[in-house]
Ligand binder design. Structure first.
Ligand SMILES: Nc1ncnc2c1ncn2[C@@H]1O[C@H](COP(=O)(O)OP(=O)(O)OP(=O)(O)O)[C@@H](O)[C@H]1O
Length: 257
């Protein structure tokens, strides 16, 4: 039932006010199929707000969002759910579903597919959470729960995947595994947008970086374009180095400026 296999999401001169404070100003950018984009920036820069606008959770105060050229407000909620999947920064389970049932919620936009169980098992396997399939989500550790929630994001067919700080609660093995999963999703044609604090992971796995500062889009481009000590130092207020070895970026914060 998926409408489109590939999806380009565009933000056109977006501004957002929350409680009468301007938290995003004049943001114009596009997210394309086959691209893995990291939205980075200091605490409060507006990363979650931008992702929430993209996911249709918040309506921008000014400007608008288009999905394959169609204004989001023209698209029904059911249709939007088939076009984009979104994982918020944090989410506490309200009741004790099993992990498998929680993941199956990610398939709801497509009804009850006949191969639902196989898909749920495959998604749990992707994040190394198959052993939790029958455990109530209320009895998982923080990182285990996050992996199950990530399986819910990955189980569907939406061409646009949006995840807010998906690696934050994960140990280093599961961080790498997850970033490899997102890389494969993008290589297969999905449009993937992640808010990340880990600049080394962003540099290593992402095609594009959007650097937000105080609600403004301070820079966008490849990791090499954006991750310069001058720009990152200025935005985060730290002196820093990026060391590149065989395509692996090592971000080293040195001191406060
Ligand atoms: N529900 C809300 N109501 C009012 N203001 C909010 C709300 N949520 C966030 N803000 C404000 O909007 C601004 C951007 O917040 P946002 O959560 O988008 O930042 P962020 O870059 O994701 O930060 P972090 O790295 O800390 O998660 C901040 O100034 C924040 O205080």
């Amino acid at each position: 039932m998926t409408v489109e296999k590939h999806l380009e999401a565009s933000c056109l001169k977006l501004a957002l006010e929350r409680r009468h404070h301007r938290v995003l100003t004049d943001i114009s950018c596009s997210f394309k199929p086959f691209e893995l984009t990291a939205v980075v920036g200091p605490n409060g820069a507006g990363k979650s707000s931008l992702l929430q606008c993209l996911a249709g959770v918040l309506a921008p105060t000014v400007g608008h969002i288009e999905l394959n050229g169609e204004a989001v407000e023209q698209i029904s909620a059911a249709e939007r759910a088939r076009r984009s999947a979104y994982l918020p920064q944090s989410e506490t389970p309200a009741w004790s579903l099993s992990s498998a049932d929680l993941v199956a919620l990610g398939l709801l936009p497509w009804g009850r597919p006949a191969d639902r169980e196989r898909r749920v098992a495959a998604a749990l396997q992707l994040v190394d959470a198959q052993q939790f399939a029958h455990r109530p989500v209320t009895q998982l550790s923080g990182g285990e729960l996050r992996r199950v929630q990530l399986a819910r994001l990955l189980v569907g067919e939406a061409p646009l995947l949006i995840a807010d700080e998906p690696t934050a609660a994960l140990d280093i093995r599961h961080q790498l595994q997850l970033m490899q999963n997102f890389r494969r999703q993008a290589d297969a044609g999905k449009t993937v947008v992640l808010a990340l604090h880990d600049l080394s992971l962003a540099a290593r796995y992402c095609d594009r970086i959007l650097l937000l500062h105080d609600g403004h889009l301070r820079a966008q481009g490849t990791p090499e374009d954006v991750f310069t000590p001058a720009l990152v130092g200025d935005v985060y207020g730290v002196s820093c180095e990026f060391r590149w070895r065989d395509g692996v970026a090592d971000f080293v914060p040195l001191d406060l400026l």
